[in-house]
Structure formats: C-alpha cells, structure tokens
Ligand binder design. Structure first.
Ligand SMILES: Nc1nc2c(ncn2[C@@H]2O[C@H](COP(=O)(O)OP(=O)(O)OP(=O)(O)O)[C@@H](O)[C@H]2O)c(=O)[nH]1
Ligand SMILES: [Mg+2]
Length: 401
C-alpha cells in the first residue's frame, strides 16, 4: 500500500511526510523545496486485538502502543505543483509520474490561505484555498487527457484489428496509471461514452473521460493543513462545503509532538487529543511551543488530524482492511512463538484464499480452509471475504502433512 502526498507547492507536504515517518526531509518556507520525491514508512493505527485476547504482541513489523497497533504503509512525498505543471511549468509533470503509483493520495492544501497560487506568501483573505484542490484535480486531469491523446492513434489502430476489445486495449495502453477494470467501466458508463465509437470521441469527450478516470481510479482525501494558524476554520468549512472528504490538520504540530515524544519530553500516542509532559526540566521555549500546540490545535480541533487523515485515506478512501494471520489459533502465534506477529493491509473484498497467496504462493496452491479465530474458530472456505480485524489461521494440505 502506497500513500501519496500531493498538492500545490509550499503547503506543508514534506512537513506532513516528516510527521508521519519521522524522517528529516528538507522543509522551507518557499516554493519547490522538494525536487526528488521522498519515500518513507508511516503507520496506520487500529485498535489491536491483543487486549481482547489478553496477550502481549511481538510485532515483526510496526509496533503496538497502548493496545493500538501501528501498521506500516509506504508514504511518498512529491514535488509541489503549480498551474500548467502538465505542460512542464515549475517542476513539470514529474510529480504526476511519481503519483500514478500511489493507491490513494492525500491532497494537502494550505487552509490558512496565506500562500498564493504560486506557493508564495500572501495576505490572508486574498487567496481561496479551494483553488489548491482545483489546481491538483485540473493538472492531474490534463495529464491523463494528454496521455490519452498521445496514445489515441495507437488505441484506434488496435481497435480496428480487435473491435470488441476496447476495455482491454485501454487498460493495456494506460497500464502506467495502474487502473482497475472497474474504474474504467464506471468511467465509460458515467460519461455515456460506452456507446460512442472511439474514433468519434471529441477532445471534450477525452477530457470528461480523463476526469472520471481520475475520480474512480485515483481516490484522494483532502488534508486542510496549517489549522494552527488563526482563522483557518473558515477555509476548512469552505472546502468541506464543496463535498470533498476533508480532515483538518496541523502537520507542524504533529511533527513537534512526535519529536518531543521521541526525545522523552512528553508521552504522546499519535492521533490522541492530549499529551503528558514527562520530563522535569524542559527549556522554556519548548514548554511554550507545546502549550501553544495544546491551545491552538488539540483543544480547538481535538487532534492534529495527521494520523486520522492517514487512517481515513487507507481504510475509508482506499477501502483497505487489516487482517491478523496466525499459525496457532490457541496462542495467536507464528511457528516461532511470536504473538500476533503480522498485520496485513488488503483491499476490502479480498478472499481468504487470495490472502493465503499474499502470505505464500504455496499456501494458496495447497489451501484447504481457514479458521476465523475471532469467531470461535469458525471454518470458512476459499471464497470467504475477509472483514476488518479478522484473525485467521490458514489450513493447507502442506501444513497438514
Ligand atoms: N503554521 C504551519 N506551518 C506549516 C505547517 N506545515 C508546514 N508548515 C510550514 O509551511 C512551509 C512549507 O512546508 P513544506 O513542508 O516544505 O511544504 P511543501 O508542500 O513540501 O513544499 P514544496 O516541497 O516546496 O512544494 C514551511 O515553512 C513549514 O514550516 C502547519 O501545519 N502549520
Ligand atoms: Mg516538500
């Protein structure tokens, strides 16, 4: 699972990335600080099953903190964009090329409204951050449209030879976008283009189709960032009113809290509404900064929003679920005795046999049935669609020998 961070330049993408990954990627108050994409590991947070079963986890990946399980996901922070990036302006369309790999995107906007279209500082009230969302959507759409235009002759040529295979040909020619067939189908249906001969498609048709492909194939969630700045709430509401899924965030506050926690100054579980000072002697400026975060972010908004945003992106926008595989259904361990060693993130609808294949191809080939530990070891067959937080033991012919 790869989560992309995209948006206009200078809105706080890298700060968001650093907060999620505790990396030290370069952050600066001017446009185009990031040139090459930063890749790192962040964690989605779920209620762990360990408490319900009275066991203590030994995670092989991620970690368990206060009975919350943190599961690794790859995070990609890309170069910022400006209008006409698809034509090569600013840092050009390199960011789009990076982003096409992401399963879901977090579109970061500057909800303080203090950076203009070019990412330069501006006076409050002179720029509407909804434009930050429109900018990304438009640039992405133009980029997909251009990709269609570039390949259209080839697509029509292939279609002449094989007139019934339009969907397959499109999927093949747009394979770089990583689209699923279902997204393609919905886009053809909703644009009404299914019944129009591809050779008659107009440039407006290609544009409409590109927009739908983006909507269905590249889901995104908006992080309305910099909510620690006064008067950001008006802008947050404005973006919500447009119907987007929006999480108000302060990447800077989350980064400060995670760093303070790492240094042993505070105890803080990412995503929570409060932290506790645990170090006795703390420099006054750090104490003041923490007090400000408490007042301007935590008390006002309930959390910094960063963890919530990642969680929502993965579990709600991208529709993934978390599954705990175990080899011993009584002790919830693997063969080395590690308790609840792994959690897998898989798309909703994944069957238990497909899941076996993710663990090991042999396990899928020799699959017999599975036991759902969280449902009194109920026996389920290959086609059972897994549910969020299922604990599963796969029984295979190989394992039985
Ligand atoms: N007040 C406030 N400032 C923030 C927040 N997040 C980031 N910033 C500031 O915004 C500026 C830009 O941050 P970056 O993380 O470099 O932004 P970016 O979107 O990665 O920028 P580019 O890589 O240049 O496109 C820096 O001065 C950050 O300190 C936030 O939550 N609140
Ligand atoms: Mg950056």
């Amino acid at each position: 699972m790869l989560v992309g961070l995209c948006g206009k330049t200078n809105v706080g993408k890298t700060t968001f990335f650093n907060a999620l990954t505790l990396a030290n990627a370069k952050v600066a108050p001017h446009p185009f600080t990031t040139i090459n994409a930063n890749e790192g590991v962040g964690y989605v947070k779920i209620k762990c099953v360990c408490k319900e079963y009275g066991v203590k986890c030994n995670p092989k990946t991620g970690f368990c903190l206060n009975n919350y399980r943190f599961i690794p996901v790859k995070i990609l922070d890309v170069a910022g964009l400006v209008r006409d990036a698809h034509k090569g302006r600013g840092l050009g369309n390199k960011f789009l090329d990076d982003l096409r790999k992401a399963d879901v995107n977090i579109l970061v906007v500057d909800a303080s409204g203090r950076t203009d279209e070019e990412g330069k500082p501006c006076k409050k009230g002179t720029y509407d951050p909804i434009e930050d969302v429109n900018l990304v959507m438009n640039e992405f759409t133009f980029w997909i449209r251009d990709l269609l235009i570039k390949n259209w002759r080839k697509i029509l040529g292939k279609l002449l030879k094989d007139p019934t295979k339009f969907e397959e040909i499109l999927l093949q020619e747009l394979s770089g976008l990583g689209l699923k067939r279902a997204s393609l189908k919905s886009s053809l249906d909703e644009t009404g283009l299914r019944n129009k001969k591809p050779r008659d498609w107009t440039s407006q048709d290609l544009m409409n189709f590109a927009r739908k492909l983006l909507e269905h194939g590249k889901p995104f969630i908006v992080a309305a960032n910099k909510i620690d700045v006064e008067n950001s709430s008006v802008n947050v509401e404005k973006i919500m009113d447009k119907g987007y899924t929006v999480i108000p965030t302060s990447a800077e506050a989350e980064l400060a809290l995670r760093k303070a926690s790492e240094k042993g100054i505070i105890s803080y579980v990412p995503g929570e509404e409060k932290f506790k000072l645990i170090k006795q002697e703390v420099p006054t400026e750090i104490k003041k900064a923490l007090e400000l975060i408490d007042k301007r972010v935590l008390r006002k908004w309930g959390s910094t929003g960063v963890q919530q945003c990642l969680n929502k992106a993965v579990f709600e926008t991208a529709h993934y679920i978390a599954i705990f595989p175990v080899e011993n259904e009584k002790t919830l361990t693997d063969h080395q005795g590690n308790v609840l060693p792994d959690v897998y993130l898989v798309p909703k609808g994944t069957t238990v046999k497909q899941f076996a294949g993710l663990i090991h191809t042999d396990l899928e080939k020799t699959f017999l049935f599975a036991l759902l530990v969280n449902e009194n070891n109920k026996r389920v067959g290959a086609d059972y669609a897994l549910k969020h937080r299922d604990i599963v033991k796969i029984v295979s012919a190989k394992g039985r020998k």
